[in-house]
Design a protein around this ligand. Sequence first.
Ligand code: KQY
Length: 365
Amino acid sequence: MKILHSTPTKDGYFMPAEYEHHTGCFMIWPERADSWQYGAVYARKAFADVAHAIAKSEKVTVFTSFEGYDTARKMLKDHIRVVEMSSDDSWARDVMPTFVKNSDGTIRGIDWGFNAWGGLYDGLYFPWDRDNRMARKVCDLLEVDVYDKRSFVMEGGAFHVDGQGTAIVTEACLLSKGRNPHMTKQDIEMELKQTLGVTHVIWLPCGIYEDETNEHVDNICTYAEPGHVILAWTDDREDPQYEMSRRCLEVLEHETDARGRSIRVTKLPMPAPVYVTEDECSGLIDFDGEPTRKAGDRLAASYVNFYISNGAIVMPRFNDENDDKAADILRNIFKNREIIQIDARNILIGGGNIHCITQQIPGGR
Ligand code: KQY
């Protein structure tokens, strides 16, 4: 494996869209007691359900600590590969490499800087150095060359691409003070263009209310196909999310993509607000003397946080009356994929959802 100091775009590499073919998917086994209630017993069941759903059509590899290995091996079916690798938590989207490919189908990885969503300014845990080293180790394991982008703080959940030159991000996240405070919006856009192989960046103003990642785009808006996005939506004008989703819609309605297409928007209804319970909080240990969650805190629940596998849409279910409505909308869009709904409350309590705990490896040569 070579560590590269050039840029993917200059070398003819770009990030393919998630709806293109994958050779596999990476996940990380949950363990942290301040993220996952009651020793992660419930989260592990949910993670295993996600892994099994994806493994119906892709090779899934789950990374685990030494301590977690035996449980992971026991709870995961035989065809899922379990590999020991140290991490700080379980957010594969954000700590695994982002993969790019060239016109020959050769794959390379990007090793972004990771600082737990805001470092000492407003990051979510400390330390984060195990997480920050994972991308490079994974490229070594796959025997693919890796771009050293550690000087630029970025997470996989902070952008989506259409694979045809367009990326979507949120200002709330990318311009947050804890990531790259020395860079202007133009600098950040240039960096994305150089690394993701895109020529146009759509800046949404914000994401999902109370999303502790500073509002990652992958919780509010995702690509269905080139020129067509899915946007988390509520009709409840009393909900702070209404104004947030409305502002995003306004941007999308006035945007074109890298190929000059206007953007078609499908609204995906949100579940009713989800709040963490007293009992769930009791199962979480404090972080640095502070509780990670307080009973009654609103969680950033959104059906948009789904994973597109080769054969399925693996989406969250919240036991809400909109669960089936959201599934029907996605079924209608992704006609050749099975819709698999996973009870995701125990992933949501950790602060993210199915897209956040998965990272695809695009199909290569
Ligand atoms: O949503 C994500 N991509 C990560 C969430 C991290 C939450 C840490 N508690």
